[in-house]
Design a protein around this ligand. Structure first.
Ligand code: HEC
Ligand code: HEC
Ligand code: HEC
Ligand code: HEC
Ligand code: HEC
Length: 455
């Protein structure tokens, strides 16, 4: 005991008094340890850090508690479920550890609803992030950050002087582990229901040391505070992700080619589409993968304009059915159980989108509830089916075997592959009255190839 305290003391610098070695509470243990008043409001920081504040207001982390879908899922599903099911009782407080950390630290759970405009609404705020000094344990997850509010703001640079606060250079803020404290989540079954940081760590970006901040907080010339000096590499607080169509655009790429450039009616043509996660440092979809869908939709148009939909060829891996769009498969029955709806048959597993047809390949990680049915409740996930998402800088080939109908028109056939993304499967969204903007499908990428039908 004594020697480990000593080593810590040596590592953290000889000037630190011994009292600083008392372990700071992290994760669940930090519940109720800090009143709201210990944290400054974002408006206070905005008076000097104006641009950063305006950027942060546009990022989802400033709305992590107030955003409509978060409010609906927390108050209509998670809290009622926590009150009736012992196994998941912890989420009543736990969701807030990442979405409304000030409320969690204050022990104010469930927090007042967003309409009450309480301090829970600050969500992931400036002063929460800039008073995080480190994390407990080896792996960042389940809000195991350590918060030390006060005059000292943790930042990325040494020797920074401010009239309002002290600053402390802390390498933790430049690390992916900082983000991982909230971007990895283990549920009551011990499953990694969110693993953005773990995916990153195993992938090429993690190995090369290209951290989250490099893509989500890229540096640009500018002033951090209105009275500050110009910096060549001011960290932008964009935090743009799946809610930003520009961040999604082109995140996955697709190219498609036919095996042969000429075919006759009745022939079988094989086409191969190669899909690449070219832009993200983690899987696509990542994070809230229980809600997200990415799919490949391939159509062919003959010289007369007739359009044919081409279903993907099966590969034969375990649980493959979950990755092939179906018009009839049902799922999400646990929503009915949580809401106490007798005889609830579930909702369409793959939703109903104009540009999703039966047979399309869906890149997803199916989350299964304790009864083995697909769920969007990550806290109610007892197992996973096969992970069929796109790994960073890796490609997946999908084939389409098409027997040309006798009626296909002679001349060029244009085959188009499109990749679409939806943040929330729309059957669930419509059932829970989540606004359209949350489930609308977004075209991520497209490619067209041709071959010729000869007689
Ligand atoms: C999700 C956590 C998070 C939130 C919220 C956040 N920041 Fe930051 N901020 C960071 C990180 C991480 C860095 C350092 C990035 C790096 O250098 O790699 C940073 C850097 C900074 C810097 C120094 C920039 C530079 O390049 O010198 C300032 C100033 C700053 N933040 C102010 C704010 C203010 C003001 C707000 C609220 C309007 C805010 N931050 C919200 C995480 C956050
Ligand atoms: C009265 C103005 C003022 C207010 C209010 C203010 N800051 Fe600052 N802050 C500054 C100045 C000036 C700097 C130094 C900028 C420079 O030199 O580039 C600074 C620097 C920083 C840095 C950079 C530290 C580093 O290591 O790079 C962080 C982080 C930061 N502030 C966070 C905050 C947060 C969080 C708040 C609100 C709780 C806040 N500031 C409120 C003026 C202010
Ligand atoms: C090489 C650049 C790159 C790196 C490194 C990177 N990301 Fe991303 N990130 C992206 C792109 C591009 C997207 C948009 C595609 C998507 O939503 O999956 C994205 C999306 C996201 C999303 C939104 C996902 C969703 O479904 O809502 C989150 C959250 C995220 N990143 C967090 C992180 C964290 C945390 C790290 C570090 C552990 C990280 N990113 C590292 C490029 C990157
Ligand atoms: C205190 C917890 C916490 C920390 C620390 C944190 N995040 Fe987040 N982050 C969240 C939550 C909660 C959301 C979900 C917001 C919502 O409800 O849509 C989120 C969402 C995001 C998104 C998705 C935005 C979108 O458009 O969908 C990105 C990107 C992101 N965070 C990046 C980062 C990066 C990069 C870091 C580290 C510099 C970081 N986060 C640190 C809690 C955190
Ligand atoms: C360990 C941190 C953590 C915990 C605990 C957590 N979340 Fe999240 N949550 C996040 C992050 C980070 C994201 C963003 C992930 C992404 O976009 O990839 C997110 C995303 C979401 C989203 C989707 C937001 C959107 O705009 O698409 C909802 C809804 C949500 N969480 C609700 C909950 C509920 C309800 C609970 C409790 C049962 C909970 N979360 C627990 C970190 C957490």
């Amino acid at each position: 005991m004594r020697s480990s305290v000593m080593i810590l003391w040596l590592l953290t610098g000889a000037a630190a008094p011994l009292v600083a070695q008392v372990p700071r509470p992290a994760g669940d243990a930090a519940f109720g340890t800090q009143p709201y008043e210990r944290y400054e409001r974002p408006q206070a920081c905005a008076t000097c850090h104006t641009d950063i504040a305006r950027q942060h207001e546009q990022a989802m982390m400033s709305q992590a508690y107030t955003h409509h879908w978060d409010e609906i899922e927390y108050f209509e599903l998670a809290v009622p479920h926590a009150l009736t099911e012992e196994k998941v009782a912890g989420v009543k407080a736990g969701c807030n550890g990442c979405h409304a950390p000030l409320a969690f630290l204050a022990g104010d759970v469930p927090p007042p609803k967003p309409a009450a405009n309480s301090r829970a609404n600050e969500s992931v705020s400036c002063d929460l992030c800039h008073t995080l000094t480190g994390f407990a344990g080896d792996t960042p997850f389940n809000f195991n950050w350590i918060s030390e509010p006060g005059k000292v703001k943790q930042g990325p640079r040494p020797g920074v002087v401010s009239p309002h606060h002290e600053t402390h250079e802390n390498a933790f803020l430049r690390s992916a582990e900082f983000c991982g404290t909230c971007h990895n989540e283990q549920d009551p079954w011990g499953l990694w229901v969110k693993s953005t940081h773990l995916e990153w760590r195993e992938g090429p970006h993690g190995k090369a040391g290209i951290v989250c901040q490099d893509c989500h907080m890229p540096p640009a010339r500018g002033r951090s505070a209105t009275m500050g000096s110009e910096l060549a590499d001011l960290r932008q607080h964009l935090f743009h992700g799946a809610h930003d169509p520009g961040k999604l655009a082109g995140a996955a790429e697709v190219r498609i080619h036919p095996e042969t450039r000429e075919a006759e009616p009745g022939d079988t043509v094989k086409l191969t589409a190669v899909v690449v996660n070219a832009k993200a440092g983690h899987k696509i979809p990542t994070g809230s993968a229980e809600e997200r869908m990415l799919w490949l939709h391939v159509t062919a148009q003959d010289a007369k304009g007739t359009v044919y939909h081409l279903p993907v060829d099966r590969k034969g891996f375990a649980d493959e059915d979950y990755t092939i769009a179906s018009a009839t498969a049902m799922a999400y029955q646990d929503i009915g159980e949580i809401k106490g709806i007798a005889g609830f048959a579930g909702l369409k597993r793959d939703g109903t989108y104009e540009n999703l047809a039966p047979g399309d390949r869906i890149f997803r990680l199916p989350y299964l509830d304790p009864k083995g049915r697909m769920t969007i409740a990550q806290w109610n996930t007892a197992s996973f089916a096969t992970d069929y998402r796109l790994a960073p800088l890796a490609a997946v080939a999908e084939t389409f075997t098409w027997k040309l109908p006798p009626s296909v028109a002679p001349g060029p056939v244009r085959v188009t592959a499109q990749i679409y993304y939806s943040r929330l499967v729309n059957s669930v969204a419509e059932f829970l009255q989540v606004p359209r903007e949350e489930w609308e499908s977004v075209l991520v990428n497209t490619h067209t190839t041709t071959f010729t039908v000869v007689e």
